[in-house]
Ligand binder design. Structure first.
Ligand SMILES: [Zn+2]
Ligand SMILES: [Zn+2]
Length: 180
């Protein structure tokens, strides 16, 4: 169903925004300061609309989402719920059918023209995760110097790294450790 796919895409974007503002280390490097392009790349995961972006407007929400999602790998769903409920309240997330230009009617949980609207959207997508059986699929990358969170997409729940880059990095390091 389209509506569900839309929320799934918003969850992927929510995790990406959380990593953008919350991870101090990503893929082996110190995280760069988030840029307009970085935030726009995140939004492009869930909308085709061009959105004007001020980075500072996304920073507090992005960090809150990271705080919430970070509780999940340790199994502390209650703590995540507290943060997400607060975000839902402060952003006044509410379902609203919206239509931009020639796109069909679809559901948004905040005004897609402003940062608060997107944080409302991402908080809603995260709330759906917290209320589902998939909540245990949220993981933290196990590679050194990477704090990115990701959704384990494997059937047997065996994904340990956020990306093949981190997986390869870890393999090379293990190999080097063995051969010296
Ligand atoms: Zn839309
Ligand atoms: Zn990683």
């Amino acid at each position: 169903m389209e509506a569900t796919n839309h929320l799934k895409a918003s969850l992927v974007a929510a995790i990406a925004l959380a990593n953008t503002f919350g991870s101090a280390w990503r893929h082996g490097r110190r995280s760069p300061e988030p840029t307009v392009t970085a935030v726009q790349d995140v939004l492009r995961l869930t909308t085709r609309q061009a959105v004007g972006v001020e980075v500072e407007a996304y920073a507090p929400g992005g960090r809150r989402l990271y705080d919430a999602l970070s509780c999940l790998p340790a199994g502390d769903v209650d703590a995540a719920v507290e943060v997400v409920n607060a975000l839902l309240r402060s952003t006044k997330a509410a379902p609203q059918l919206t239509r931009h230009e020639d796109a069909p009617w679809h559901l948004h949980f905040g005004d897609p023209g402003v940062a608060t609207g997107w944080i409302a959207e991402f908080a809603t997508a995260t709330a759906m995760l917290l209320g589902s059986g998939d909540v245990h699929r949220l993981r933290r990358c196990e590679a050194a110097r990477c704090e990115d969170l990701f959704l384990d997409a494997t059937r047997n729940r065996s994904q340990r790294f956020c990306s093949t880059a981190c997986q390869n990095r870890t393999k090379v390091a293990a190999h080097r450790a063995r051969s010296t």
